[in-house]
Design a protein around this ligand. Structure first.
Ligand code: SF4
Length: 309
């Protein structure tokens, strides 16, 4: 059999019939959890410098877009692209500013998709209406950072939003026919291994159309670094992570798009676990584990799939 899960690349090929490259962009937005609206500390694991290419003092958007497209055209022969507004919270600005920012992609006929990453508490009807306006010309996804559906864990990592904020955001986005991808983190300090399985079951019921899995990793210059120095909490080991992800895949509906199986981080900032940067090896372990179990995405899913846009 082919892939045992619905990978993002296969999903894109199914729509466009060719490779489509996502390009990460930093439009210079901030985040209410950093700018003082909710907190100035940020999420306890957050050091955006570690995972955003052009962060901070970003180059202007046109320059980011043209450089990235040229890079992937040369390196991978990519001809179509998705503009992924990635850094910080990309709906954290007035609607007219958001519109002007997103509209930059209209200058580039090679861009076929608009992906917007944000927090669940940074959306309202006006913003969702704006984003839905791109549906007629682009593949549109909203990527929502949830990380965990456990309220106590959300608090412990200083997310400063609740699970009900996420529920509300997903329901509202779906009402505008916008695909939603949830970001989840496995292995958060203080969490049980089953926590991510509970998260998956809960987001499936909401009709989330895609998932990005991350493994908890500790970065330098984050609030959690000090806590780690004090109490040396344990990182999830590679084998346990592979097992958790396979368990999650088995209970996700087959049509949910797996947009990421493991996160990576700049080794300049990464404290641990170091294995996360062996991305291809981890993905192979997940493939091998599914083969060994002879299982696949959705094999344990018993619900009725919610039709996604
Ligand atoms: S919401 Fe995102 S950008 Fe804001 S502090 Fe948390 S991880 Fe960082």
């Amino acid at each position: 059999m082919g892939s045992r899960y619905r990978s993002f690349n296969n999903y894109l090929r199914g729509i466009f019939g060719e490779r489509v490259q996502r390009i990460g962009l930093d439009a210079g937005f901030s985040c209410p959890n950093i700018d003082g609206t909710k907190s100035e500390r940020g999420c306890s694991y957050c050091n955006n410098k570690a995972f955003v290419v052009n962060c901070r003092q970003p180059k202007n958007l046109d320059e980011q877009i043209t450089r990235s497209m040229e890079f992937y055209r040369r390196r991978l022969g990519a001809k179509k692209f998705i503009a992924y507004f990635q850094a910080f919270s990309n709906t954290w600005a007035p609607v007219d500013v958001l519109k002007k920012t997103y509209d930059t992609i209209k200058k580039y006929p090679q861009i076929a998709g608009l992906f917007v990453s944000t927090r669940p508490d940074c959306l309202d009807d006006e913003k969702l209406k704006l984003i839905s306006g791109y549906l007629k010309d682009y593949l549109v996804w909203l990527e929502l950072g949830l990380q965990t559906s456990d309220e106590a864990l959300l608090k412990s990592i200083n997310r400063n939003h609740s699970y009900s904020d996420f529920e509300k955001a997903v329901r509202s986005a779906r009402a505008y026919n916008i695909n939603v991808c949830a970001h989840l983190i496995a292995g958060l300090p203080g969490s049980r291994p089953q926590a991510t399985l509970v998260d998956v079951d809960r987001i499936v019921k909401l009709g989330v159309a895609g998932v990005k899995f991350h493994v908890f990793h500790l970065l330098k210059n984050t609030p959690l670094e000090a806590e780690y120095t004090r109490c040396r909490f344990k990182f999830l080991d590679r084998r346990s992570y592979v097992k958790i992800i396979c368990d999650c895949l088995e209970r996700l509906p087959p049509e949910v798009v797996i947009m990421r199986l493991v996160s990576t981080a700049s080794s300049e900032y990464l404290i641990g676990p170091e294995w996360i940067n062996q991305k291809h090896g981890v993905i192979k372990d997940i493939d091998d584990e599914l083969k060994r179990r002879n299982t696949y995405q959705g094999c344990s899913y018993e619900g009725t799939s919610i039709k996604n846009p």
